[in-house]
Structure formats: structure tokens, C-alpha cells
Design a protein around this ligand. Structure first.
Ligand SMILES: Nc1nc2c(c(=O)[nH]1)N[C@H]1C(S)=C(S)[C@@H](COP(=O)(O)O)O[C@H]1N2
Ligand SMILES: [Mo]
Length: 322
């Protein structure tokens, strides 16, 4: 005898949607999804990769958060990367970062604070409303990009743990796992990758904790599942694949400062007037504009964010504090 169970896979008549209605709903959803993905980049005719889950966001209202510069293509932004944990060639992160496991993932926020916490990545994704911001990114090597990031101000997370009066600086640590990151077996840097900010820099609304780009979750090569974006500093300050945020009393020593102290100062603000010891910082090459007739662009003080962040450095000698 054949007994019909409630778990039968045969659909109930009420579950069957007429095909026309179904197709209409699909096209409606598709356009909705597109609109929700990256309104700012799409307004410039620039699409995301379309392979990663969408991360909807609303355009940021933070002053200076949306540059009018045209965003770099998704292909360029995801194939020309610095992420030494996966190798030192620009193409290495795109080739090898697929081995990075971004779930489960926790970030501990600790040190000089009343309420140290371990945040699960899913909790961080819901901690504050997702904003889309278009930031310029200036690499110390002399190239730049323009990236539509998705995330929110780093201050949102720091506030949660209630920093004490001893919290003068913030230290950021990236994952360093040899089994997932082939570059960590090499000695190019002293792993894990560590960076630091003064607390007021970290609390500045433009200092961003990033979970996505181009309206989608971050690709691994760009620092999934979360990284920093500090648009007025050289790119290396924006540490990727963060596992620890530590509030500290003394100025942290970054991996780059350890590697070459004369070349990488603590502040590392973009400054066309302070050359790197081995090259000028006066101009830059915008990735995607590198045709035969492409002109180099002049590099701007604080990467063009001086109106917003200049006050943080009032009275400081920026040649000494490079
Ligand atoms: N953990 C880690 N973070 C890192 C790096 C790195 O090698 N390891 N490279 C930095 C440098 S030099 C730059 S220019 C930016 C590049 O970010 P993008 O690949 O998303 O453009 O990431 C920064 N963050
Ligand atoms: Mo960089």
C-alpha cells in the first residue's frame, strides 16, 4: 500500500504558480537586485562581478564619502591587488586567495576597553546600516584606484567596547594562516600583518570597516570578509582580512615599519611633498587609464580628503611625522 506522507514532494495545488506570474516575478526581482546592488557605481555604468552575494547599501551621507571620480572597473579592482599573504605579484591574490575560508570568522576587539568582545562576522554585518562610499585608494607604489566600498564607520565597532582613557591607539591584525595563505610561508614580512592608527584617526567617520564592494560581498583578494579603507592614507594602512582590533596605550609598530623604518612611517598620510626614499610621490597612475596617451595624475595632499581629515594633524610637522 502506498501511504501519502505530509513530506511528499508533490506540490500542493496552491503552491503552483502559473508560469507567466513566475517569470514576471523573476524579472522584477532581477531589476530590484540590480538597483539594490551598487547604485553609485551603476550610475557610472560600472557593474560588479555578479558571482558573489549582493550586499545592499544606501549611499553614505558622511562628508567627503562619495568622490565623483569614475570608479575603477571591477575586473581591474579584483585582479591587480596587494595582499602579500598570497604572494607579492599583483596577480597572486586573484590566483590564490580562493583558499581563504571566510566563514566562520570572528574578530576580537580587545585591549584598553571596558567591554572586550568577540564578534562573529554575521553579527558585524548587522551591527550598523550598510553604506556605500566611493573612495580613492592611493598605493605607496604610485598607482591609484577608485572603489565603491560597502560597510560603515569603524567607530561603530570601537564604540561598542567602550575604550578607556588609556586607549590612545588602535592596532589591527590580519589573519596569518600558512595552511590558507601560501605567502605566509615566505619571509617578505613579519607575519601577522599589523597596522595601527591613532584613536582619533580610527574614530574619524571616513575610517571605514569594509565588508563589500560594487554592491557585493568582498572578493577574497580584496580582504574578505572584512578590511579597512582609510582613503587619506597610503593603501597599506588598510589592512585586510582582520581578526583582531586592539586598543592600546603605545603607538603600534606596523609590519611595514618593521620591514623598513625609513620608508614607512606610522602616519603614512598621502603627501605629494614627502617623497618615498626611493621614488617621488608627486604623481600617480590611475589603474585603467594606462593607455599610450594617459597622463599621470597629480597626487593630492591627504589624497584629496584634507577638508575632512586635515584637522587631525593640526600643528604637526608632516615631513617629520610621515
Ligand atoms: N593583510 C594585508 N592587508 C593589506 C595588504 C597586504 O599585503 N596584506 N596590502 C595593502 C596594500 S599595499 C594596498 S595598496 C591595499 C590594496 O587593496 P586592494 O587590493 O583591495 O586594492 O591593501 C593593503 N592591505
Ligand atoms: Mo599599497
Amino acid at each position: 500500500m502506498l501511504i501519502k506522507t505530509p513530506f511528499s514532494h508533490e506540490p500542493l495545488p496552491s503552491e503552483i504558480t502559473p508560469q507567466g506570474v513566475y517569470l514576471n516575478r523573476r524579472t522584477a526581482l532581477a531589476s530590484l537586485g540590480l538597483a539594490a546592488a551598487s547604485p553609485l557605481a551603476l550610475a557610472q555604468g560600472i557593474a560588479g562581478g555578479g558571482k558573489l552575494p549582493k550586499l545592499p547599501a544606501t549611499p553614505s551621507t558622511v562628508a567627503g564619502a562619495i568622490t565623483k571620480d569614475k570608479a575603477t572597473s571591477y575586473t581591474d579592482a579584483t585582479s591587480y591587488n596587494n595582499f602579500y599573504e598570497f604572494g607579492t605579484d599583483k596577480s597572486d591574490p586573484a590566483s590564490y586567495a580562493h583558499t581563504l575560508k571566510t566563514r566562520p570568522w570572528t574578530v576580537s576587539v580587545e585591549g584598553e576597553c571596558a567591554k572586550p568582545m568577540r564578534f562573529d562576522i554575521e553579527t558585524l554585518l548587522k551591527l550598523s546600516a550598510m553604506e556605500e562610499r566611493i573612495y580613492r585608494l592611493r598605493c605607496v607604489e604610485g598607482w591609484s584606484m577608485v572603489i565603491p566600498w560597502v560597510g560603515y564607520s569603524l567607530a561603530e565597532v570601537i564604540k561598542k567596547v567602550e575604550p578607556t582613557s588609556k586607549a590612545k591607539y588602535v592596532e589591527f591584525t590580519s589573519l596569518a594562516d600558512k595552511s590558507q595563505m601560501p605567502g605566509v610561508r615566505s619571509g617578505v614580512l613579519d607575519w601577522p600583518y599589523v597596522e595601527g592608527l591613532r584613536i582619533d584617526e580610527a574614530m574619524h567617520p571616513l575610517a571605514m570597516l569594509v565588508f563589500g564592494m560594487y554592491g557585493e560581498l568582498l572578493p577574497n583578494q580584496n580582504g574578505a570578509p572584512l578590511r579597512l579603507a582609510l582613503p587619506w592614507k597610503y593603501g597599506f594602512k588598510s589592512a585586510k582580512s582582520l581578526v583582531k582590533i586592539r586598543l592600546v596605550e603605545k603607538e603600534p609598530v606596523s609590519s611595514w615599519t618593521k620591514a623598513a623604518q625609513q620608508e614607512y612611517g606610522f602616519y603614512s598620510n598621502v603627501n605629494p611633498n614627502v617623497p618615498h626614499p626611493r621614488w617621488s610621490q608627486a604623481t600617480e597612475r590611475r589603474i585603467g587609464e594606462d593607455g599610450l596617451f594617459a597622463k599621470k595624475r597629480p597626487t593630492l595632499m591627504f589624497n584629496g580628503y584634507g577638508d575632512q581629515v586635515g584637522q587631525l594633524y593640526a600643528g604637526m610637522d608632516l615631513k617629520k611625522n610621515y
